[in-house]
Design a protein around this ligand. Sequence first.
Ligand code: BG6
Length: 290
Amino acid sequence: EIAKDKNGVGQVLLRSLRGASVRISLHGGQVLSWKTDHGEELLFISSKANFKPPAAVRGGIPICFPQFGNRGSLEQHGFARNRTWLIDENPPPLPPNESNGKTYIDLLLKSSDDDLKIWPHGFEFRLRVALAFDGSLMLTSRIRNVNCKPFSFSIAYHTYFSVSDISEVRVEGLETLDYLDNLCNRERFTEQGDALTFESEVDRVYLSSSDVIAVFDHEKKRTFLIKKEGLPDVVVWNPWEKKSKAIADLGDEEYKHMLCVDGAAIEKPVTLKPGEEWTGKLELSVTPTS
Ligand code: BG6
């Protein structure tokens, strides 16, 4: 299903046979909504979000590429989230072992002449968004070097999970890992706690994590599972009270209802030789917890 929003931006709606859905904007190739079979929204979108391009929308899953944050000369989080992506009308089929009941769409981003002026590396980025029969959401990025010299990039799926109360949320899977703390000039620390809980601003990049992270929402009695491949790092971000007030497209109290946990490749940028392709996969699912 393809439609346009009120700014004329194309959106794609995927629905599973059981009724789960995912809505993707061609602006940024950004997932804006992911709902369960019962119509419950799982991603956070700010009530103050600006849907007018070229701004990135505050919420959902913006793609940070080819730069994460301000680690480079490009705009914050790179330009992919600010560009218009195209739909591939003839996408390659799903591999037979992955096709079981899935619906999917492929979006494409290629470097424009303007992009080449600020980042002189020819690339093709294919983003496959797939919704499985059980409602889980898969994002597969294939990035190819179509240039004649190597280039390096960083990437993050900046996932804004919707949570009922940030003070009641726990993240597991990051124990004992080293992280770079953006609140302390990216200084490196080692995680000491059993699980991560939240009582103030957090802005970290956890390094070389295992491929499964869990986000427990006690009040909602549900757990998000984040499975990833090719994405060694995990960003954890919540702006908390003070920072929220400085973010124009985020309500003052909305930080209580969001948590960003991103599958990412940041600390060691990915390098592609001419003709080479890189694949990074993120799979999100949700289960009830008692
Ligand atoms: C986080 C960064 O991942 O993204 C933060 O580490 C940043 O420093 C946040 O504030 C949001 O970024 P933006 O550009 O979407 O406001």
